[in-house]
Write a protein that binds this ligand. Structure first.
Ligand code: PHE
Length: 448
């Protein structure tokens, strides 16, 4: 076995660690809440299972076949006259947008582990003022935790695939799963559980706004970490001989289950306390802490468990956002891993400071344009635009550009000829067309 590569289980945990993150536990419940639950969840699930999973398999296929950084991977697979396809590898630059708001949220979470352990806010008003003052006024507290988050992320990446990424995920992912399982068992017994179930799964067409579809589709890409060569890069460190379809399926199912479980936990707790899920991005930082407080000492334990789980999920994802850029610098530019990590981290860190400041009262007007501040723009640009475009690129590349023998030989032994054809059809036709139509529709270019 190659010395700096994942074991099979190491890869599954690391890729699942990348997929399962803020998207599942922080974002999914609040965007589902904002978009009325039901129909939104169904569009998201359909996109994940058909389009998302196919592209996920495509990225794992490319990565595990080439064993190289993303740019080199696209380059080696391009036909000789179409070497410009190598530029697809640079979709790792989407990571700049993601990490610069993602790491800010990781900072809030680190802060909330402390809040949970020391002083939960006593009611929703107080919770709102705690969160809003962190966000808008306590700039230094925010910068402190944000810096801490970046140090953890950069340190892990600087240690490399085996000693950094694999080790981190081997510890954090199983712990995360155990915590969520315990929280789920607790939630099932709450009065609000059935209401949570029906909120998430009964289609409520009225609440499904225009704009909801692109949020749902964008979220499907975001939650699986596809469309910015993260999964491709992790798969490049995977040894040969692994059933990539089974591994991909396991990861996608894990990611989906964890989003649903997180939603059920959060909505059960909210509904049991008579609260509504409409608080937007503040849902888990405002409503939830106040509800935990009302529960007394068990609430404190649950709150700590919840924020620790959220921190674990977020750190394992944040790390994976950085890896593609670092791997590129190491393999193509001959940099030492440590130097590559620290250079990239410093740049990402500084951009993230602007994102962080865009939420503060002092700087928000400077950093707000077109009705969104920088934080919301980066979230929107990466999830709803860049990652779907990156996904289309992978689908078209794997479906049309690269030698078809590669995919056929890698997949047919595992899934057979018929399923392979279904997969290819999704890559060639369904994924590019569906995602493109949704994007054009939402941008107002076409309307259906
Ligand atoms: N999938 C992660 C989440 O759901 C976010 C992410 C996006 C991670 C892109 C890596 C790359 O939180």
């Amino acid at each position: 076995m190659h010395k700096n590569r994942f074991t099979r289980i190491g890869f599954i945990l690391a890729a699942a660690g990348s997929a399962v993150g803020l998207g599942n536990i922080w974002k999914f419940p609040y965007i589902a809440g904002e978009n009325g639950g039901g129909v939104f969840v169904l569009v998201y699930l359909a996109t994940v299972l058909f389009i998302g999973m196919s592209i996920f398999i495509g990225e794992v296929l490319l990565g595990s076949y080439a064993h190289k950084d993303a740019v080199t991977t696209f380059e080696t697979h391009s036909p000789s006259k179409k070497k410009y396809w190598k530029f697809s590898g640079f979709t790792f630059l989407t990571g700049v947008f993601i990490l610069s708001f993602y790491a800010v949220v990781v900072g809030w979470i680190f802060n909330y582990v402390v809040v949970a352990a020391t002083a939960l806010p006593a009611n929703v008003q107080e919770a709102e003022s705690v969160f809003m003052s962190l966000l808008q006024k306590d700039v230094w507290t925010q910068i402190f935790y944000y810096t801490l988050a970046f140090i953890v992320i950069a340190y892990t990446i600087s240690r490399g695939v085996k000693k950094g990424i694999e080790k981190l995920n081997n510890i954090l992912m199983p712990t995360l799963i155990i915590i969520l399982a315990v929280l789920l068992i607790y939630s099932v017994q709450l009065d609000g559980f059935t209401q949570a179930l029906s909120f998430m799964f009964s289609p409520n067409i009225d609440k499904f706004k225009s704009g909801s579809i692109i949020v749902a589709v964008g979220h499907a890409f975001f939650t699986l970490s596809i469309g910015m060569v993260t999964i491709l890069t992790y798969a490049a460190s995977l040894d040969k001989g692994v059933n990539i379809v089974k591994a991909s399926l396991t990861i996608v199912i894990m990611d989906t289950l964890i989003a649903i479980v997180a939603g059920l936990i959060i909505f059960s707790i909210l509904f049991s306390a008579g609260q509504e899920p409409g608080k937007g991005a503040g849902l888990v930082f405002i409503t939830l802490p106040a509800v935990f407080y009302e529960m007394g000492s068990i609430g404190t334990v649950l709150a700590i468990a919840f924020f620790v789980a959220l921190a674990f999920a977020a750190v394992t994802s944040a790390v994976s956002v950085l890896e593609p850029t670092v791997m590129y610098l190491v393999e193509r530019r001959g940099m030492k891993r440590k130097k590559a990590t620290y250079s990239v981290s410093v740049i990402f860190y500084i951009i993230g400071i602007f994102t962080l400041l865009s939420n503060t009262t002092a700087f928000s007007s400077l950093l707000t344009f077109g009705g969104k501040n920088l934080f919301d723009w980066f979230d929107f640009i990466s999830a709803a635009i860049l990652m779907p475009i990156g996904g289309i690129i992978v689908a078209v590349f794997v479906g049309y550009i690269m030698d078809q023998k590669v995919a056929r030989e890698a997949l047919v032994p595992y899934i057979g000829e018929n399923l392979y054809k279904v997969w290819l059809f999704i890559m060639r036709v369904v994924a590019p067309i569906a995602v493109l139509l949704v994007m054009l529709n939402e941008m107002g270019v076409i309307s259906f």
